[in-house]
Structures are given as C-alpha cells and as structure tokens.
Design a protein around this ligand. Structure first.
Ligand code: 6PG
Length: 484
C-alpha cells in the first residue's frame, strides 16, 4: 500500500498536539509519534479521535507511513534531545528527506545542525513557531530557515496552517539559510520580553503612582486595545486584570512577583553584545526579570529604603494618557533596536532578511502580534532599505507627538521612586541617538591616559590614531588600536 503520511510530528506535548490537529484540519495526513509511545495511543483515543491522524509506535513505523521526500518535524524541548533525534533519524531516513526542528532552539545550534544534516545528504529546517497553544491550534506565526531546497516541500503545509492577515497573506515565509529562522524567532522573543516589561511598567505606575485598582486598569487596557497599542499582549493584560480569584478579589494581586524565563531573551541580549548592537530595552526587560527574582533581597531592602509617597499629583486621566504615550514611544524604540539587531546579524551571517516580510510574519499568530507591526510592514514597503525605523515618517511623527508625555512619565517615576527601567532606557537611547556629540571624546582621552589606547581627532581623517603623553612621564609606545 502507498504511504499516506504527508508529515510526521514527533513530540506530543501541547505545541506538538495542537500543530498536528491544525495540520489535520487543513487536509494533511499527519503521523504522530512520541518517545513514550503510550502517549501516541492516548492522543489517538482522545484529542485525535475521529480525525485522519495516524499513530506510529517506532521510528521505523513512522518512516514507513510517510510519502517521499519524508518530512519529519520535531516538537521537543530545545537542547540535546534534538541532537539525539537527529542521530536516530539519520539511521532511518534517506537522502532528500527533510528534518524540521520547531522548538525554540539556539540559532548557533541550528547553523551547526543544518550543516551536519546536509553533510549526510538530507535537508534541514529550523523554524520558529510562535503563538502558544491557541496559535498552534488555530494558526501560529512560523519562521522557517535552514536548507533552501527544503522550503518548497514544507511551504504548502506551513503556509496553510499559519495565521493569516486580513488580506489572506500567511504569517509564514522563508526567512533564510542556516539559523536565520531561529534567529528571527529569538529576536521575536526578545521583543516579546520588551513588550511585556513595558506593559508591566505602565501597570506599576498606574497602580503605585495613581493608586488605581485592577478593575480600573482593566478598563484602561480595554481602551488602549482599541487604539495604536492594539495587540495580543495588551488584550490579555486587559483580561488578566479583570480576572477574579475564588474570593472575588483580583487574581493578579495574589500572584507572586518573581518572573521566570526560559532563555530566549537572554540569548537575544548575548547576541546583541557579540554584534555590538545596543538593544537596551530588551536587556532591561531581561534584567528586570532577574531583579524580580531577587524577592528576599527586595523585601530586605524595602524595609530600609521604601519610598515614602509614590503618589503622582495631578489629573489621573491626563496621567493615563501620558503613560500610554510613554509606552508607545518606548515600544517604537524597542522595535527600532530589534530591527537594528537583525540587520547586524544578517550582515554577519550572510542572510538576506526581508524586514517587511518579518513584520508581516509577526503581524498575526504570534505573541507580539499587533496593529503596530502593520505600520512597520508599511514602513519597509515604502523603503525596503530603511536602516532605522525611527527615521520612517510615520514613526518619526509618532515619537515626536509622544515625547513630552514620555519625559513627564519617566521624570515622575524617577522622582517618586517607581522603577521604570524600560521606559527610562528607551528615552536614554533616544537621547543618545539624537546627540551629535556624546562624551566619548572624554572617554577616549581616559583610555589613552591610562593605557595608551589612542584616539581619533575631529580635525583629522577617520582611521588616523593619536596618542598623547598625558602625564609627561609615559613612554613613547602606544597600545594597538582595535575595537571588539
Ligand atoms: C511564543 C513564545 C514562546 C516562549 C514563551 C516562554 O512565541 O509562542 O515566545 O516561544 O517559549 O513565551 O518564554 P519565557 O519563559 O522565556 O518567558
């Protein structure tokens, strides 16, 4: 009998199961496999009952059920499990077959695995899949990269199951070679960290500075979700603030204030350090989670340094409007930085990234989906070579119209001792970027003073380096000049 399976999905945790059901809904015959094979039967007898989903209880059975070239997609925890599966598959798959990793893998691992699998004659795809459980089931954002020759074979499946924007365009397209897909997904997650932190800072300022209740903030987020901030994360924040515990009190107030993290935000910051790109807002978002985790230390310090009166004076309605503008301006900075990062990574790795296409992929299905990404898409449609989002006329105007409120909110938070690290760093970055002259002249002088590290002069061509014997007692030899 001819094999019927269009694709196999390995790993029947929440994302795997929902992707399989989504593929089934779109008419694909999926082979489900799991290392603990009892899970396969459990899935077939419950969630997959009455569908065309096939179960496999061994890799050999899975392979026999698949049409050629075989497409096998891993939905397992990132890390060594992916390497283990690849090793096992290389024993049962054939040249031309396609191995897909849909987990949150580190992009360097994906670069390595693409090369390795290709060296064995097979093709590899490392793809970001965003949208959580609901996205996987109803339409995620999918960001595939790896072996270009694999793309035509998975495109019909991935684009069918992905989210669509209003004109029907799929939130899935080929990102680039090697680790490009996982890099873009990592950046998405870093931006997700930033968006979440900005919302949390707005919440804390409204709560501590304006003394607002969860119900009142529920109404604010409801309103914000109807304007330029309309997004999945604002929408769920609205719902979270409206949710009551069994005793009728807001559930959010009962949740311990220490945040977890699974690593993709941290990877984004590490990559930015390696590339020398200041994604200051994402970095603050990651560090803010770290500060939140220092609960015991915070409780101790609060006993000594608790701000006496964090309340803002003035009209609450006006403040809420100012906070919305501060959030919006900071968000523009965060995406500006995220796009700067992807551009630098693309240059280093030789990826030809389509920045408007990435905005479209993020426009629907994923955690950071928003109306805002539609504006980013438009900016890149107008100017595909846009190097700085802030310079696009739409965002330039938006930043200008928010500037006064942004400064007002950051100043008030600083004055009242309410932490607003992401709002503040966004503003500091903006002020740094628009400063024609920064104090790095003095810094270069300091470096040259103590270590003969040399400096360039404003009255000489770039690339010519000078050393001054600042004390009169130094030697004649300058240190070599290089920047990492
Ligand atoms: C997505 C999410 C997802 C991520 C979680 C948890 O795009 O669907 O980004 O991939 O794993 O959001 O991330 P943290 O535990 O690091 O917050």
């Amino acid at each position: 009998m001819e094999p019927k399976g269009d694709i196999a999905v390995i790993g029947l945790a929440v994302m795997g199961q929902n992707l399989i059901l989504n593929m089934n809904d779109h008419g694909f015959t999926v082979v489900a496999f799991n290392r603990t094979t009892s899970k396969v039967d459990d899935f077939l007898n419950n969630e997959a009952k009455g569908t065309n989903i096939l179960g496999a209880h061994s890799l050999a059975e899975m392979v026999a059920l698949l049409k050629k070239p075989r497409r096998v997609m891993l939905m397992v925890k990132a890390g060594s499990a992916v390497d283990d599966f690849i090793e096992q598959w290389l024993g049962v798959l054939e040249p031309g077959d396609i191995v897909i990793d849909g987990g949150n893998s580190l992009f360097q691992d994906t670069i390595r695995r693409t090369k390795y699998v290709e060296s064995k004659g097979l093709l590899y795809i490392g793809t970001g899949v965003s949208g959580g459980e609901e996205g996987a089931r109803r339409g995620p954002s999918i960001m595939p990269g790896g072996s270009p020759a694999a793309w035509p074979h998975v495109k019909p499946i991935f684009q069918a199951i992905s989210a669509k924007v209003s004109d029907g365009s799929p939130c899935c397209d080929w990102v680039g070679e090697g680790g490009a897909g996982h890099y873009v997904k990592m950046t998405h997650n870093g931006i997700e960290y930033g968006d979440m932190q900005l919302i949390c800072e707005a919440y804390q300022i409204m709560k501590d500075g304006l003394g607002m209740t969860a119900d009142e903030m529920h109404e604010v987020f409801k309103e914000w979700n109807q304007g330029e901030l309309e997004s999945y994360l604002v929408e769920i924040t609205r719902d979270i603030l409206g949710k009551k515990d069994e005793d009728g009190q807001p559930l959010v107030d009962k949740i311990l204030d220490t945040a977890g993290q699974k690593g993709t935000g941290k990877w984004t910051v590490i990559s930015s350090q390696e590339l020398g790109i200041p994604i200051t807002l994402i970095a603050e978002a990651v560090y803010s989670r770290c500060v939140s985790a220092l609960k015991d230390a915070r409780v101790e310090a609060a006993k000594v340094f608790k701000p006496s009166n964090p309340k803002f004076a003035g009209d609450r309605k006006q403040w809420v409007s100012d906070i919305r503008k501060a959030l919006y301006a900071s968000k523009i900075i965060s995406y500006t930085q995220g796009y700067m990062l992807m551009r630098a990574a693309a240059q280093q790795h030789g990826w030809n990234l389509n920045y408007g296409g990435i905005a479209l992929m993020w426009r629907g299905g994923c955690i950071i989906r928003s109306v805002f990404l539609g504006e980013i898409k438009k900016a890149f449609d107008k100017n595909p070579n846009l190097t700085n989002l802030l310079l696009d006329p739409f965002f330039k105007k938006a930043i200008k119209s928010c500037a006064r409120s942004w400064r007002k909110v950051v100043s008030a938070a600083v004055k009242k001792g309410i932490p607003a690290p992401a709002f503040s760093t966004a503003l500091a970055f903006f002020d740094g970027l628009r400063s024609e002259r920064l104090p790095a002249n003095l810094l270069q002088a300091q470096r040259d003073y103590f270590g003969a590290h040399t400096y360039e002069r404003i009255d000489k061509p770039r690339g010519e380096f000078f050393h001054t014997n600042w004390t009169g007692s130094g030697g004649r030899v300058a240190s070599s000049t290089y920047t990492v």
